[in-house]
Design a protein around this ligand. Structure first.
Ligand SMILES: Nc1ncnc2c1ncn2[C@@H]1O[C@H](COP(=O)(O)OP(=O)(O)OP(=O)(O)O)[C@@H](O)[C@H]1O
Length: 499
């Protein structure tokens, strides 16, 4: 097997000049390179020996480069494939990734990106025991690619195993998503995570990152719905000193901060249209230009996006760009709603209690059978987040070593005071009781509590329609969502943004 610095590479391109250029570039990096001018020659090489990386042009005289990818996949070979596509050909790039390409490059190929892609592909090759490696050069060339007994990938690294373990549950839908995370983690293909609020989309994004060869790099998580529109471009692409009054120094954007790692775009469905166009350009060109900058910078991130909204429906209504959707949705992962995996509730409850107590340093109480039954009887439309909130509340209210059904009290949505104006209705720890108005001992907590009550009342009165509740309070939907998230308000349904 190659040392980490040296990869064995097969380059397939019918243009002799380009072949030479790629070969020289990679040889200079210390890689071992052989080349082929068409599919037939490439197949011959592949029957003779194993490579770390295969770089192939999309269009070849005797067929499409994708045929090689399919053959390698059928034969369970582990070569990482990089496909070179024509400039602006989004369909080809997406098809290549869906066929299992590790990455793609667009023509004219930037040699720096070529080097980076080969090195990333090489790093993502998991260690395979020498004995399992196929393809000694003993046999002569044969026209088909040799299947091997080699598994497609070894188990994920320890951080990946830990991240997967954080996704609690044994339901088939959870087992399936974990399996898919492991499978997709080793490619550069963009991942789109879909699922209701509170179903663990962020946990899934983290697991994709931790299982990937980019795990040593940063994971930068961005809530696209919470950034004020006027700041969004600077936040994503960075700012050069002097770009505007107040820009007194260069500042990195999310793309720069995530270099070598993963950029997690949460609530991607809330990205304004103008920003969608800019994001698309960055994905296509793999370059960003900071605000006020004169030079583009190469982008080296893997994109993982998530949303609780129906992106395909947003595409239909023109709220989300189809071309961007197509680009982000190369690999789709769906997190199941809690109601569709009720069997996981006991295990989840136990794991969440353990986690909350670890964080607060308190002993883990026992959950009585009646308490578990009480939880089982709830609808829990806010999914695992709602379960977590309920347990937190029960822990705060329970006095003994056991949590009983009474410790859950009334659910918060049932206990909104008739009038939100009376401070006597709020927690006495943070607000003074009547008749003396006094002053709260923790102003921020007091204000948060007041804001929470106002929001809950507005939501309740509008049947939990965020748009209507926001209008009642003189807020826009973006501001409303931000507040709901900041204050951890569990919503009964995810589809109530409209009208
Ligand atoms: N399968 C799970 N196992 C353990 N904890 C979970 C699981 N799913 C969700 N959680 C916990 O529930 C809470 C909400 O999860 P997370 O933030 O990942 O949800 P989300 O789908 O991203 O929600 P939103 O769409 O509102 O951002 C977190 O504290 C998370 O750790």
């Amino acid at each position: 097997m190659s040392t980490p610095a040296t990869a064995s590479v097969l380059v397939v391109d019918d243009e002799p000049d380009l072949r030479t250029l790629y070969e020289l570039t990679l040889l200079r990096e210390g890689h071992q390179v052989v080349s082929a001018q068409d599919l037939a020659q490439a197949r011959e090489w592949l029957t003779q020996r194993r490579f770390d990386v295969l770089i192939t042009d999309m269009r070849l005289p005797d067929g499409l480069g994708l045929e090689l990818l399919r053959e390698l996949s059928t034969s369970q070979r582990t070569e990482k494939c990089i496909v070179i596509t024509a400039y602006g050909s989004a369909e080809n790039a997406v098809e290549a990734l869906k066929t299992g390409a590790f990455d793609y490059l667009t023509k004219p190929v930037d040699l720096k990106q070529l080097r980076a892609a080969v090195s990333a592909a090489q790093q993502s090759q998991r260690h395979v025991p020498e004995a399992l490696q196929p393809g000694s050069a003993a046999d002569g060339p044969r026209p088909t690619i040799t299947p091997t007994a080699e598994p497609r990938s070894a188990p994920p690294p320890p951080a990946g195993v830990r991240a997967l373990a954080c996704i609690v549950g044994d339901a088939p839908s959870i087992a399936q998503i974990k399996g898919r995370i492991e499978k997709v983690a080793t490619s550069m293909a963009p991942v789109l995570i879909l699922g209701e609020s509170g179903t663990g989309k962020e946990l899934v994004a983290r697991a994709v990152h931790e299982c990937s060869h980019r795990a040593a790099g940063p994971l930068v998580a961005v809530n696209c719905g919470a950034i004020p529109e006027s700041l969004i471009e600077a936040e994503f692409f960075g700012v050069r000193k002097g770009a505007y009054t107040g820009a007194t120094q260069d500042r990195e954007g999310y793309f720069q901060a995530a270099k070598g790692g993963t950029l997690f775009l949460d609530e991607i469905g809330d990205l304004p249209l103008a920003m969608q166009a800019k994001l698309l350009r960055v994905i296509q060109e793999r370059r960003v230009r900071p605000l006020g900058g004169v030079q583009d910078e190469a982008v080296d991130v893997r994109l993982v996006s998530a949303t609780h909204r129906d992106l395909a429906a947003l595409v239909k209504t023109g709220e989300f760009r189809q071309d961007l959707f197509y680009r982000l949705n190369v690999i789709e992962l769906r997190t199941p709603a809690l109601r569709d995996r009720r069997e996981d509730l006991p295990e989840l409850t136990h794991a969440l209690l353990q986690r909350i107590c670890d964080e607060t340093g308190q002993p883990v109480p026992r959950l009585s059978a009646a308490a578990l039954q009480w939880l089982q009887s709830r609808e829990l439309p806010g999914n695992v987040r709602e379960l977590e909130n309920l347990l937190q509340r029960a822990l705060a209210l329970s006095s003994g070593h056991t949590i009983g059904p009474d410790d859950f009290g009334d659910t918060e949505l049932d206990t909104i005071p008739a009038s939100i104006e009376s401070p006597s209705q709020v927690d006495p720890c943070v607000a003074p009781t009547q008749p003396s108005p006094g002053i709260p001992t923790d102003l921020q907590t007091y204000l948060d509590q007041q804001e929470r009550l106002v929001l809950l009342q507005a939501l309740k009165e509008t049947d939990y329609n965020r748009t209507a509740a926001a209008a009642r309070l003189g807020l826009n939907l973006r501001q409303m969502r931000y507040r709901i998230q900041r204050l951890g308000i569990a919503m009964p349904s995810d589809d109530n943004d409209a009208g």
